[in-house]
Design a protein around this ligand. Structure first.
Ligand SMILES: O=C(O)[C@@H](CO)OP(=O)(O)O
Length: 237
């Protein structure tokens, strides 16, 4: 039996401004920093001891993981970062205001883009390094992605594609640790975690529309040896 804890990052500066984040590397807001520390306090109260941590290559998830582990007195836990745990890439929606997008395209269309399983958002045209989103360049040329095969870098993703790029890392690293009895914590994002939760809980393509992951509220699973769920709880303050 092993524990798996999923933590969505605390509120980001762009969450606070109601902008689509995606792969744009936004920081935590002050509220997000507090949410991350609160998550660590909740983990300490549960008395969970981790053997391995995973996170994305985006600052808001990394910072959240570190603040939570520090609060729980476990900043020493070995950690691996992967782009495969990044937020889903929101294509041409990145940097746009969610309310303004709903006014422009309608609530239903924007909800489908945000929560459906297999509908793609409007995609970026190219990896053009000159294209910026609110002053931040598209990350294809960012050195943190230097080891990612060029064709694997997205121009936009739905949840299905997000799950398809999360799963290879799940099987190669995370599932192996869990099967070896290690307690694992993952600091990641609303949609990369929705993808993982869909897989773990075998949620249907339709039902996943209604699943939301809150900022900074750890989801704690007890998993048996074949990674079936024995119990699940969400920790809140
Ligand atoms: O902006 C984003 O990248 C995500 C998560 O913050 O937004 P949404 O909740 O709309 O999927």
């Amino acid at each position: 039996m092993a524990k798996l804890v999923l933590i969505r990052h605390g509120q980001s500066e762009w969450n606070a401004l109601n902008l689509f984040n995606g792969w744009v590397d936004t920081k935590l807001s002050d509220k997000g920093i507090q949410q991350a520390k609160d998550a660590g306090e909740l983990l300490a109260q549960e008395g969970i001891e981790f053997d391995q941590a995973y996170t994305s290559v985006l600052t808001r998830a990394i910072t959240t993981l570190h603040l939570a582990l520090e609060e729980a007195g476990q900043l020493y836990v070995p950690e691996t970062k992967s782009w495969r745990l990044n937020e889903r890439h929101y294509g041409a929606l990145q940097g746009q205001n969610k309310a303004e997008a709903a006014e422009k395209w309608g609530d239903d269309q924007v909800h489908i883009w945000r929560r459906s399983y297999d509908v793609l958002p409007p995609m970026l045209d190219s990896y053009d390094p000159e294209v910026t989103v609110q002053g931040k360049t598209y990350p294809a040329f960012d050195r943190r992605y230097a080891d990612v095969p060029y064709g694997d870098l997205p121009l936009g993703e739905n949840l299905k594609i997000t799950l398809e790029r999360v799963l290879p890392f799940w099987y190669s690293n995370i599932a192996k640790d869990l099967k070896a009895g290690k307690n694992v914590v993952i600091g990641a994002h609303g949609n990369s975690l929705r993808a993982l939760v869909k897989h773990l809980e075998q949620i249907s393509d339709d039902e996943i529309l209604g699943v939301e992951i809150a900022n900074g509220q750890p989801i704690v699973y007890d998993l048996d040896d074949d990674l079936s769920i024995v119990s699940k709880k969400v920790l809140t303050k």
